[in-house]
Design a protein. Structure first.
Length: 115
């Protein structure tokens, strides 16, 4: 655990933000069945289609918020890994390239022969 905390300490903000986004995603996923129950009980069974439309819209918006939070969470959760791999003292011992353009340039240099 101490080893993990040592690596995460450099990326404390990203880790906290990723956990908050994960919490948002989890809360939305836990509320979805409750909203579906409300749509069925108060809307469909009582034939109140305005309730179906309103709560259906809320459900779609919450699902969209969870989707965005999940994608953003993945981005922030990957930051510590990218930072560790891309540093010269990281897992790749300075051989990592940070962009596809650098990979392309490096590949062309190795494959092209002079003259």
């Amino acid at each position: 655990m101490k080893l993990l905390l040592r690596y995460v300490s450099n990326y404390k903000q990203a880790a906290i933000f990723a956990m908050l986004l994960m919490l948002i995603e989890l809360i939305v996923e836990l509320f979805q069945p409750l909203i579906m129950g409300k749509i069925i009980d108060e809307g469909i069974l009582q034939e109140d289609y305005q309730t179906v439309v309103i709560w259906g819209g809320v459900l779609v918006l919450l699902s969209l918020a969870a989707f965005i939070a999940g994608i953003t969470n993945s981005f922030f959760a990957a930051r510590p890994v990218r930072g560790r791999v891309m540093t010269s003292g990281g897992m790749c011992s300075g051989k990592c390239r940070s962009s596809p353009a650098e990979i392309s340039i490096s590949t062309r240099r190795r494959t092209s022969s002079p003259g």
